[in-house]
Ligand binder design. Structure first.
Ligand code: SF4
Ligand code: FES
Length: 247
């Protein structure tokens, strides 16, 4: 199978695409295909991974114009445009010569600066967590903080976020506004707001409602369609919008 892979000669921007012929084996993932290219054809190809089991979030990239975890995407079952994402420039762009019926197209995740080839700079994505102060500051001693199963269930879906930035890379607002904190940060703000163990939960609402937070979201829901872990940030953002800034 042919893989057409985005390259950046010196980092910074995609400069060209290279074509590789990959020997597909049973159960092969897109990440396995990248290993084969790197091991046997081109050791200069840069990509990022860690767990190989869909839990670290570091292998996110575009496969055939849709954001995926490379380690969880089987080459033999590559879906054709199944996510039905609202399009924006990076998703609409078609590199010259790409034959979708014959070649798998691999590109870096959009909306983040390219460092080299398929590796993007995640600083902007992570700094949103810091900007919204998405952590807890316990003030009530060292004892355990108990939570009922029902209360835990309310935050279950949001706790599952692996920080892969697929939602960020699929969001048309993030494409236009680099200052937008993005779907994952807002889902995490809702996760803390809904956590029954915390006091001063209102601060997460206030932070999320800043001018570069929930007001910028148009509820396009690309984040919900693309998230590989079923986190559904769009639902959290809708609830944050409904709550406003009042705890
Ligand atoms: S919300 Fe989903 S897509 Fe976004 S960072 Fe978390 S796991 Fe990834
Ligand atoms: S390598 Fe960890 S999620 Fe893919």
């Amino acid at each position: 199978m042919l893989f057409r892979v985005a390259r950046s000669r010196d980092g910074g921007n995609i400069t060209h695409f290279d074509l590789y012929k990959v020997e597909v084996t049973r159960g092969m993932t897109v990440l396995d295909a990248l290993f084969q290219i790197q091991d046997k054809m081109d050791p200069s190809l840069a990509f990022r991974y860690s767990c190989r089991g869909a839990v670290c979030g570091s292998c996110a990239l575009l496969v055939n114009k849709e954001p995926r975890l490379a380690c969880r995407t089987q080459v033999s079952a590559l879906p054709a445009a199944s996510l039905k994402l609202k399009q924006f420039t990076a998703l609409e762009y078609r590199p010259r010569g790409w034959r979708p019926d014959k070649e798998v197209l691999i590109e870096p995740l959009p909306n983040l600066p390219v460092m080299k080839d398929l590796v993007v700079d995640m600083s902007r994505f992570y700094s949103a967590l810091e900007e919204l102060m998405l952590w807890t500051e316990p003030t009530e001693g060292e004892g355990p903080r108990e939570q009922s199963p029902a209360d835990r269930q309310r935050i279950d879906r949001y706790v599952n976020c692996i920080m892969c930035a697929i939602c960020y890379g699929s969001c048309p607002v993030n494409a236009e506004r680099p200052d937008y904190v993005g779907p994952a940060a807002l889902a995490k703000a809702w996760r803390f707001y809904e956590d029954s163990r915390l006091t001063e939960r209102g601060r997460y609402l206030t932070a999320a409602s800043a001018a570069n937070g929930t007001p910028l979201c148009n509820l396009v829901m690309n984040c919900v369609r693309a998230c590989p872990k079923g986190v559904a940030p769009g639902g959290a953002i809708r609830r944050l919008k409904e709550q406003g800034t009042s705890p």
